[in-house]
Ligand binder design. Sequence first.
Ligand code: MG
Length: 191
Amino acid sequence: MKISVDVDGVLFDIMILYCKIFNKRYKTDYNKKHVIQWDFFIDWNIEREDAFAIFREIYETPAHVPLTDQNAPQILEKLNKDNKIDIVSARTKKFRPQLEKELSVHGIEKGRHYDKLILVDDTPKDIKLQLKYDIYIDDNPFLADAIKNVKNSTLLLYEQPWNRMVKTCFNIKKVSNWKEIFEYFTQLKDD
Ligand SMILES: [Mg+2]
């Protein structure tokens, strides 16, 4: 099976680091739980450009963004044995070397844990669907909205405060950690 694994919000808990930088800069006291929509910067009274500047700073310096789940690398490796896993991200293309390095710092290596690292634009927000993977592991609520019309693809929505409004359906299943992702694939094999 062809599987697309997202980076931010699925492998890396980027919003933890993002909030730290934001709070320091704007003297606020936000944490990940306060990020209750994709365009959270609207609630936080900040311009889109200023909000994205912080993302770019994080992409640029392979600062140590924490993993969402310590089990992620080990489970990726197992899944990549029976499937073709690509890491697919909308991080800025010019920061590819930094992303490769950061994945490798977390023990996620090309060949062993994944096949290709693919960087896409961040618009349209459902752009990843054009790549036609069987399964998407992602936290993007817009991808969830669009995948309902794609019969042959399934989304494992990685639960985050900004995608709580998404409802499960025939091709959207919610997962809250990497063990649940592994169990999903084990069950697929048994069926
Ligand atoms: Mg993401």
